[in-house]
Design a protein around this ligand. Structure first.
Ligand code: PSU
Ligand code: MN
Length: 308
């Protein structure tokens, strides 16, 4: 059973999220592009279900966000999640096209940017993902800069990720975030992490060591009237990481392949992720799942702290 909340915008809350909103329970938003475009089946559904369960264990409620047949869903029922994980034709929707997917009654998986828009619309302040989009290497030629960065500057949602993938230009990504006034806070470390690796070689702009401190920081920003989100970088656990030097070999090869095959636009990130998955014989996926779980746990703790 789902419940429509607006006669205008076709938006529907899952039963679990509707109940959580009613009693004021902490909620953690989750994106769906990671399910449809970020990981192969069945690893993607195992990840998605496992992450939701982990959030429940931490005392919060998961809200996976997606557009299904033109309806914006805040929280998916079990069968909807299963169907989405096996859907091959879903659009990858960001700020530019989330409304298109709704207006044209399409099915679309939301990126970080689109998930932030939907979460804010639903009053959800905390969102867990794997990695954000950023400034791609060679952006001075391709102009490929993810809409995730501008969304973070605008929309007041706390996004928990494992840093920025080294398929991106990490120094440029941090520069764009700084320009947008987005706080970049690394959790319990002073070095900004690089997704599969704990190390990027770059100092994190800020560091905080507890969910309560993160919640307090965001509340203080709101008291100052500062709009926009913040990025929490949560380093992948040591036992799951693939060291930076090793990743660099796979990443260079994947980027060379993308260039040779002239992959551009929205297809770039999914192409590189899939290529790296093959080059590492699936090891990158194991690390990816471990870091998303680690982020979901921290996100739930932050959501609980914000509520307290
Ligand atoms: N990084 C991952 N997995 C993903 C993505 C990024 O490790 O699935 C997805 C996220 O949804 C992110 C999007 O918001 O890719 C960024 O795409 P683009 O670079 O086209 O903006
Ligand atoms: Mn892009």
């Amino acid at each position: 059973m789902t419940k429509p909340i607006s006669p205008l915008l076709p938006i529907v809350y899952s039963e679990e999220v509707a109940a959580a909103k009613q009693r004021g329970a902490p909620i953690v938003a989750l994106e769906s592009t990671i399910i449809t475009h970020g990981m192969p089946y069945p690893g993607n559904i195992e990840m998605a279900q496992g992450v939701e369960e982990l959030i429940r264990q931490e005392g919060a409620v998961p809200a996976t966000i997606a557009v299904i047949d033109g309806v914006l869903h805040i929280g998916l029922e079990k069968h909807q999640l299963e169907t989405l994980a096996q859907t091959t034709g879903a659009m990858k929707v960001s700020r530019a096209d989330i409304a298109f997917a709704i207006a044209e009654r399409r099915t679309g998986a939301t990126t970080v940017a689109a998930t932030m828009i939907a979460a804010a619309r639903a009053g959800i302040k905390v969102f867990a993902t794997g990695g954000i989009g950023g400034v791609h290497r060679g952006a001075e030629e391709s102009f490929d800069i993810s809409a995730d960065l501008t969304e973070l500057a605008k929309t007041g949602v706390i996004v928990i990720c494992a840093g920025a993938k080294a398929i991106l230009d990490i120094p440029k990504t941090l520069e764009v975030l700084e320009t947008g006034g987005v706080p970049v806070v690394t959790y319990e470390a002073t070095e900004f992490p690089a997704f599969w690796s704990r190390s990027s070689g770059l100092q994190s702009p800020l560091t905080l060591n507890s969910p309560a401190a993160i919640a307090n920081f965001q509340t203080t920003r709101e008291q100052l009237g500062i709009e926009g989100g913040m990025l929490i970088a949560n380093p992948v656990p040591e036992e799951d990481e693939i060291p930076r030097e090793e990743m660099e070999i796979y990443i260079s090869r994947a980027i060379a392949n993308a260039e040779r095959e002239e992959v551009t636009g929205k297809a770039v990130t999914p192409y590189l992720l899939d290529n790296i998955f093959r080059l590492t014989s699936g090891r990158s996926l194991k690390t990816n799942i471990a870091l998303v779980r680690n982020n979901a746990r921290l996100a739930a703790e932050i959501a609980v702290a914000l509520n307290g």
